[in-house]
Structures are given as structure tokens and as C-alpha cells.
Write a protein that binds this ligand. Sequence first.
Ligand SMILES: C[S@@+](CC[C@H](N)C(=O)[O-])C[C@H]1O[C@@H](n2cnc3c(N)ncnc32)[C@H](O)[C@@H]1O
Ligand code: SF4
Ligand code: SF4
Length: 399
Amino acid sequence: MTSDSQWMKDFRRKTVTRRVPISGILELTSRCNLKCVHCYLGPQEEQRKKRDLEMTTEEALEVIDQIVASGCLYLVITGGDPMVRKDFPEIYRYAKDQGLIVTVFCDGILVTDKMVRLFQQYPPFNIDISVYGATAETYEAVTRVPGSFRHFLRGIDRLITGGIRFSLKTVLMTLNKHELDQMRLAASKMGVKFRVDSAIFPCLPTQDHEPLDLRVEPQEAVELELSDPESLQAWVDYTEDRQETPAGEELYSCGAGVTNFYIDPMGFASPCLMTTNYRYPVGERGFDQLWQNELVQLRSKKPREGYTCNSCEMKTACTGCPAFNFQENGHEDIKSDYVCETTQHRWEAIQEARDGQVATVARRMARRSAVRQTNAVRQTNAARQDVAENRESGDSRAD
Ligand SMILES: C[S@@+](CC[C@H](N)C(=O)[O-])C[C@H]1O[C@@H](n2cnc3c(N)ncnc32)[C@H](O)[C@@H]1O
Ligand code: SF4
Ligand code: SF4
């Protein structure tokens, strides 16, 4: 281990013991230029109606002042697409001027030349862009905006030409799983990091389950995810790194309300994006008061008897959490079956991959998902042929 990473570990540990809100998400707007089929924000028509409730520029800057005063260092600015707000450059620049290390979550489409100049002058830590397919057909089946793939490619191109650091990520869905490899390859050709997430959650805060219909079956999702040796190695490293973390008795064991927080477009603070039932207006008492009082309350919650996640040996490979459970099941201490099953498959692969077997296991995952895809294509073709034959025999009977 390098001394740098040891320093970083000590630093992080101190922020936890001193409960410093070092890492925040600022959602500037829920409005977006796209209408993604899986989006947890729900229908964009509804989001547009809330425009007048959004923080003004001055209120957003005031929130930045307050979180910086409380100890924030890392800030994610997200949306919707944060760039739909005309004052995005002003708010972004202000956050940078206050010394924040800023990452921007966006769809890449609104990255104009002006935006690139802004990022050249005030470099972001990262621009984290979602890619929803490797072809226009698939990308636009997700975004539901014709022509959006072309604009996405143009935005990416501008970032590359302008020398701005960015990375790509995707949400794995039934609609785009067949293009995961192509997306990965495209990212690798661009020389940018790529990551994939299969844990689709319901709409926030309505808990509308419609997005969940797009989930890929757990075993297939893991095969697709871990057929990339880099992703598998990253999981091996991550789980090894966190092996010693002792199991606590509290319901929440993540950073929410300890080092992490979330501010919504209306200026309400929560411990995290998904803890929608813990939501308090910053304007009334100020962020620091909320951080010292309301935002810590969820940390003392204990799960009901029978909750097995705290003592689970696979915890380090699990992407679930009490807030995710709440959104899916209405209870923080009833686990998501989808996440649990996905974790079991992931855990098996991680165990096998230890001791230098990463490449072998990744190859096996790739082979299995290739066979699965070939079978799916065969089944689709057979079904199409059946339909055609039935139609033909129907036609000849009609004759
Ligand atoms: C809400 S978007 C905001 C930033 C930007 N518009 C984008 O799409 O990247 C943040 C991330 O959440 C993902 N996301 C949206 N709905 C989701 C859901 N129901 N489950 C899991 N991830 C979701 C998006 O795909 C995106 O990667
Ligand atoms: S681009 Fe992001 S915010 Fe916009 S609709 Fe898609 S997932 Fe939602
Ligand atoms: S959801 Fe399943 S895998 Fe995840 S911590 Fe709970 S029991 Fe373990």
C-alpha cells in the first residue's frame, strides 16, 4: 500500500469519527432534456410543472456557502440534467471558487462549446455521463427522444476535443443489455472509464415500480457485469479492502448522515438521495443545524429482529441498503430480493476469482452471456418464423 492511500484512509476515517459532511450531492433541477424510460424522477411533464419551486440562483449559492462552512469538500452537481438551468455555469463556477472538488452528472447532450470553455477554465474532478446504448435505435428506445444519440455523440466529441476529463456509465436494462459490450468497447477506444449498474430502483419519492420491469435477471446481469476482467478485479479489490469492517447493530452502515448528504432542487436536505422520508428545508434553520440534528437521526435506527443484512458475509459485494429496501418494499429492514440474488451471483464469482483467477472467471462469464444471447436470438427467430407460418397458413385457408 502506498503512503498516499494510507493517508487517504486515515483522512476518511477522521471524517467519519468527526462526522464531517465531506461529500454532497446537489440536484439543481429534476428537469431534463431526455425522457428516459427507467428514470427515477418519473414523467418529465410532472417535473416541468415544479420549475417555479426550484431554488433561485442566489439560494443555490447560499446553500453552497453553507455546506462549505460545514466542511463539504466533494460535491456532485446533478439533475435531471443540471445544464438545463441557464445559471448552471454561474453555480458551477461558484462551487469551484469555494474550493469544492466538483463532479457533474449529466447526459452529455447539453455540452456546448461554451460549456467546454467553462470546464477548461475551471476543470471538474470529473464529468460523469450516462450512455444508454451503442446505437441510435437502442439509445433512443431508452431516452425516448428522437435524434438524441447524435447529440450525445456530439457532446462527447466536444469534451474529447476540449481535453476535458469525463467517464461513462450505463444502467443495465432489458432494452440495452445486448449492447453492453459495444458500449464498453467504445469507452475503451475513447480511453475513458466505464461502469455499469444493474440495480434499478423505483421512482422517487412515489415508489412507482414501473422502472423495475426493466431489470435484467440477476444471474444474467452479473454475467454481463463481470465478463469484463477490470470490473471483476475492481470487485475483488473492493471486497478485500472492506473485509475488516465490523458488523454494526444499526440499520444504516453507509455514509448517509455521517459524511454524505443530498440537497434537492427545492433546497431540502436529506442524508442521501434515496432517504426520501428524511427531508428538511435548508432555508429555515440552515444546513449546519440540520446536519447536527435532523440529518443524524436515521443513524440511531435499529432493524427489527430477523434482519440478516448486518451479519451477512456478502455485505461488501452488496449494492443494497435500507433506503433502497424502503423504496422497493416500503420497509427499510426488508431486503430487496433482486439485489440479494444479484449479490449472491456476484459473490460466487468474486470468491472464484480470488487467487489470480480473474481472467478465467471473466472469460467464463463472457462465454455464458454469449450463449444466452445466441439462444435468445434463436428463440426470437423461431417465434418470428412461427408467426410467419401461421399467417401463411391462415392466408391459404382464406384463399
Ligand atoms: C437521474 S440521472 C441524472 C444525471 C443525468 N441526467 C444522467 O442521466 O446521467 C443520474 C443517474 O441515475 C440513473 N438512474 C435513473 N433512474 C434510475 C433508476 N430507476 N434506477 C437506477 N438508476 C437510475 C441514470 O441512468 C443516471 O445514470
Ligand atoms: S438523462 Fe438522466 S435525468 Fe434525464 S431522463 Fe434520463 S436518467 Fe432521467
Ligand atoms: S441484501 Fe442479501 S446480500 Fe445484501 S446484505 Fe442483505 S442478505 Fe446480504
